[in-house]
Every structure is written in C-alpha cells, then in structure tokens.
Design a protein around this ligand. Structure first.
Ligand SMILES: NC(=O)c1ccc[n+]([C@@H]2O[C@H](COP(=O)([O-])OP(=O)(O)OC[C@H]3O[C@@H](n4cnc5c(N)ncnc54)[C@H](OP(=O)(O)O)[C@@H]3O)[C@@H](O)[C@H]2O)c1
Length: 234
C-alpha cells in the first residue's frame, strides 16, 4: 500500500535524475519536504542518488525509451508511493552537432525514441492513475530550441518542437483537474549544454542555482495551467 504523506508534501516523479537539471530538481524538491521518485539509465548514478536522498525517496535505473520498463516503473511506484502529483518529463538527449543530412538513421531514431516516445511512454503509464484520482500536473521539458531553431541541432529541435505539440495535444485530451504544460527551462550549465556550446556554457547558472527558481515555479502549477507553453522565470 502507498505510504501516507503529509497533505502538503507532493509526490514528484522526475525522469533523467542522474545529473543536470533532473538531479538538481530531485534535491530541490526533497529539501522542501516533497517525496521524489526518479529514474535515469546510469545504474551507478542512480545508486549515488539513492544514498544521498534515502527513503521515502526512490530512484531506479529505467530507460524511458523502453515502454515496458516505464510501465513496470510506474506500477511499482503506484504500489509503494501512490499516484504522482507532479510528473516531470525531463530526460532527453542532445544530438551530435551536425546538419540534419549528416545525422544517421540510428542517431535520429535514438533522439526520437528518448525525447519524444520517452515522454509519451511516461504519459501512457502514469496519466490513467492521475485521471482516476482527478488531479495531477504533467510537465514536459522543452527548450528554447522547441520554439526556435539553430544550425547543427536539427534532431534536437525536431524533438523539442514535438514536445511542444505533444504537450498541447495532451492538454486537449485531459479531463478537468489535470494539466499538461511544456516548459522551457532557460539556459543552464549542464553536460548537455556543454556538448552543444563547449566552455561558454560556464557563463550560465548551475543546475542548483536554476533549481532554486524552478522548484517553486513547478510547485505553483495547477490545472489552470493546462495547455500553456511556459518558461522558468529568470
Ligand atoms: N541545460 C540546458 O540549458 C537546457 C536548455 C533547454 C532545455 N533543456 C532540457 O532540460 C532537460 C534536462 O537537460 P540537462 O541539461 O540536465 O541534460 P543532461 O545534463 O544531459 O541530463 C540528462 C538526463 O537525462 C537522463 N537520460 C537521458 N536519456 C535517458 C533515457 N533514455 N532514460 C532515462 N533517462 C535518460 C540522463 O541520465 P542517464 O544518462 O543516466 O540516463 C541525465 O540524467 C532536457 O529535457 C533538456 O532537453 C536543457
């Protein structure tokens, strides 16, 4: 049976928690008394996180691109913790910098599988329980490159524009009480940013500095935000 939690404590599920923004969000929510469930592919990093944030938080090695693994993850959480109040679809990949015609079919498939199908997988696994309860907020991490384009990031832009469309389409389908939003986090110094921008990423905020703003902003979202394309305030 799900553990009982104080009513003000939210159950937050975050994908891609092993580093970067997801890791900082996990720490930020936990520090404010919320219960965090997270996943990433790297087993050692998942273990590190579980040691840093012990129960009632819980972390699992799950690849969001694998629909059956995501389903098992969701089912396990439902049995141990209950239905999430907030689902943050944060896990994503950045493409190798190259024009679209130089991106291999396998590289493109990986980008779509993780950044788009991975989001759909968690939505498929978690949303029915949120609907049954009648509440919940689903945040799909977009990007400035989900609303604009640049050279050499065509696959990433493709997936983030898709996340914007998916988020709005989901909003049309959700019943009252639930919300789906696309969220541009801003520009933050993470491994992903460094893979695109190199050392110039260092002039941007750290994930921890960003989470100081992002956590309260995410906690402020409710059903009235359904369908919005949002940006973490600067
Ligand atoms: N940093 C920025 O400035 C920026 C700007 C705009 C948007 N964003 C978006 O913000 C989100 C976080 O970005 P970030 O900068 O923190 O990236 P990051 O440092 O590369 O971290 C990405 C996280 O996603 C996980 N991940 C990747 N593939 C996964 C999969 N198949 N299954 C489960 N987890 C997976 C990674 O862990 P494993 O490798 O262990 O799986 C890692 O924890 C992304 O959606 C990104 O597109 C970031």
């Amino acid at each position: 049976m799900p553990e009982s939690r104080p009513t003000e404590s939210r159950l937050v599920v975050i994908t891609g928690v092993t580093r970067g923004l997801g890791r900082a969000l996990a720490s930020g929510f936990a520090a404010r008394g919320h219960v965090v469930i997270g996943c990433g592919r790297s087993h050692p990093h998942v273990c590190d996180l579980a040691a840093a944030l012990p129960e009632p938080h819980a972390f699992f090695a799950v690849d969001v691109a694998r629909d059956k693994a995501v389903d098992s993850f969701a089912e396990r959480i439902r049995m141990t913790h209950g239905t999430p109040d907030l689902l943050v679809n944060n896990a994503a990949l950045m493409n190798r910098q190259a024009p679209l015609w130089e991106i291999t079919a396998d590289e493109m498939r990986d980008m779509l599988d993780v950044n788009v199908a991975g989001v759909a997988n968690t939505i498929r696994s978690f949303t029915p329980w949120m609907m049954q309860r009648g509440s919940g907020v689903i945040v799909n991490m977009s990007s400035g490159w989900g609303r604009s384009t640049s050279p050499n990031v065509g696959p990433y832009c493709t997936t983030k524009w898709a996340v914007e469309g998916l988020s709005r389409a989901l909003a049309d389908d959700l019943p009252d009480g639930l919300a789906s939003v696309a969220l541009n986090p801003g520009i933050i110094d993470t491994e992903m940013l460094r893979s695109a921008w190199g050392d110039s990423a260092a002039s941007y905020p750290s994930p921890e500095e960003w989470a100081e703003r992002a956590v309260p902003f995410l906690l402020s979202l409710d059903a009235s935000s359904n369908g919005e394309a949002l940006t973490v305030p600067g």
